[in-house]
Design a protein around this ligand. Structure first.
Ligand code: EPU
Length: 417
């Protein structure tokens, strides 16, 4: 096991290139199962979660060639073999195998997903969607079995606007008989990305990115080539890191519109933000105003950026309140930041953050974004070395993190524990 070592206190300066979106990639890879011929995905991030997904596809019989940022998937020999254990357990997004295998073969057996367990993350809305499409769903010995003689389009109202459930229902409904409507669908950019791929594969999906998605089932789907959208959470993390270190960084290869909830907050704090066509520059300031942040579903402030944002708010003057209305208790970064000298207390679904300097400490990343928060905190510390264990969790969502930070002038390295 490795840990991440940070000797902070240096403003980040330079350009960082953003890779393809993790949360798109891990939905697009299973979507390829629905095609009968080769799917090529460009701009694929080199992440451990993506590697696990390629293992899953290979286990099912797909041939996969992955070089640099491109993957070529030939799904023609895929079968729906039961996968109660193995790689599916390492990854929360293995739940997309349910929708994809159900859509293509009418059956699937998938071990209950693992992944970042910052709080119980139910999949009742996914199951409700599959059942509405005509599948029987049972849970035996920790694996979900899905079976449908024939999937039939249905009208599905989601109780919560869930990213995973919206995508999973799109996957299953793409090849169902007749039309499906998803009401209260999630609107995240990753959903549009998945719908774009499915439509290029021959599906008929309208309304992705709005709260009503209509899917007209098709009998067959074919291969195609698709480029994955930029990772808005990775981009946001670098923007926040640039502000926290009072640096000057151009975050390149992004869709600025996807980051508006964050950039608006940065501006409110006193950060200078310059938006260009496909990049955003952040120029830090010597003092920041406190702000209140509410994490909501898209286009609100992303829950995935609330932990990194907590670290930035420790650098603002006064008291900021950051509330998460997507997850009620996603605050595992807080006790670690407190070890670093932060003055934060959690009340209900809010973190109350009083600005002040942080100190170096030995801390542990409890999940992916909690880890990103600790990296940002470590970068602000002026004396000593911050040691972050649990780096393998950070690797799930940030490729080339150390290389990128070093190129921006940070003193960061990995060390065996
Ligand atoms: N929910 C339910 N029932 C369900 C599904 C969700 O009650 O069947 C609730 C959840 O408990 C949560 C809310 O609905 O309170 C939203 O959950 P959602 O289903 O949207 O989350 P997800 O699809 O499981 C994805 C990302 C997460 C990100 C959330 C919210 C992937 C693989 N994961 O999760 O990303 O936090 O959307 O935007 O796409 C991360 O990247 O670090 C990460 C955790």
């Amino acid at each position: 096991m490795e840990k991440l070592m940070i000797s902070g206190g240096r403003p980040l300066e330079g350009v960082v290139q953003i890779s393809g979106a993790k949360n798109s990639a891990i939905a697009l890879l299973p979507a390829a199962i629905l095609a009968e011929s080769t799917v090529i995905l460009d701009n694929l991030p080199r992440l451990s979660d993506v590697a696990v997904y390629t293992e899953i596809l290979e286990e099912l019989g797909a041939s996969v060639e992955w070089s640099d940022n491109q993957i070529i998937i030939d799904p023609s020999r895929i079968r729906s073999i039961p996968m109660p254990n193995g790689p599916v357990k390492k990854l929360r997004a293995s739940y997309y195998m349910m929708g994809a295998l159900l859509g293509r073969f009418g059956e699937a057996t998938i071990g209950l997903p693992g992944g970042c367990n910052f709080e119980p993350r139910p999949i009742d809305q996914h199951i409700k969607g599959f059942e509405a499409l005509g599948a029987t769903v049972t849970n035996e010995h920790g694996a979900i079995h899905l079976h449908a003689k024939e999937l039939k389009g249905a009208k599905i109202y989601l109780d919560v606007s869930s990213v995973g459930a919206t995508i999973n229902i799109m996957l299953a409904a793409a090849r169902a008989k007749g039309s499906t409507t998803i009401e209260n669908a999630a609107k995240e950019p990753e959903i549009i990305d998945v719908a774009t791929l499915l439509n290029s594969m021959g599906a008929s999906i309208k309304g992705a990115g709005t709260e009503t998605i209509r899917i007209e089932g098709v009998k067959e789907m074919k291969g195609c080539r698709h480029s994955i959208i930029p990772d808005r959470i990775q981009a946001g993390t670098y923007l926040i890191a640039a502000a926290a270190t009072r640096g000057n960084v151009l975050v390149d290869g992004v869709i600025p519109k996807h980051l508006e909830a964050l950039t608006a907050k940065l501006i409110e704090m006193g950060v200078t933000v310059e938006e260009l066509d496909e990049s955003i520059r952040v120029i830090g300031a010597s003092r920041y105003e406190h702000v209140d942040v509410k994490a909501l579903v898209y286009p609100g402030f992303p829950t995935d950026m609330q932990s990194p944002m907590t670290s930035l708010l420790t650098q603002a003057e006064g008291v900021s309140i950051l509330s998460d209305f997507v997850y009620s208790n996603r605050f595992k970064h807080v006790p670690e930041l407190v070890r670093m000298g932060a003055k934060i207390r959690v009340e209900g679904r809010s973190a109350i953050i009083e600005g002040g300097k942080l100190n170096s400490a030995k801390v542990k990343a409890a999940d992916l974004r909690a880890g990103a928060a600790l990296v940002i905190a470590g970068l602000t510390v002026e004396e000593g070395v911050t040691e972050i264990s649990g780096v393998e969790l950070i690797d799930r969502g940030y490729d080339n993190l150390v290389t990128n930070l070093r190129a921006l002038g940070a003193d960061v390295w990995r060390q065996e524990e």
